[in-house]
Design a protein. Structure first.
Length: 88
């Protein structure tokens, strides 16, 4: 006769069920301008989903894309400066 037992999840938190570390929070903070720029671009694109984009909508999307690119460029420059020790 075999034992029948309920499978239970472990009581202790596993590796993915925890608070973010200080390093992870710092990384999020560093990337926040890119995140916000991408949210702005997504908002501009969502507005045009159910209608034909007007000239104003197109300008808003172009402006949001430029902000995303500028934020990504700034983040890349910060990363390069950190790697080279600021002597870029």
């Amino acid at each position: 006769m075999s034992n029948i037992a309920a499978l239970q999840a472990p009581v202790t938190a596993d590796e993915f069920d925890r608070e973010p570390t200080a390093a992870e929070l710092d990384a999020i903070e560093t990337e926040m301008p890119v995140i916000l720029a991408r949210v702005e671009l997504l908002d501009a694109q969502i507005v045009t989903l159910d209608r034909t984009p007007t000239e104003l909508d197109e300008r808003r999307i172009r402006r949001a894309r430029r902000r995303v690119l500028a934020a990504r460029r700034e983040l890349a420059n910060q990363a390069a400066a950190a790697v080279t020790g600021g002597a870029a």
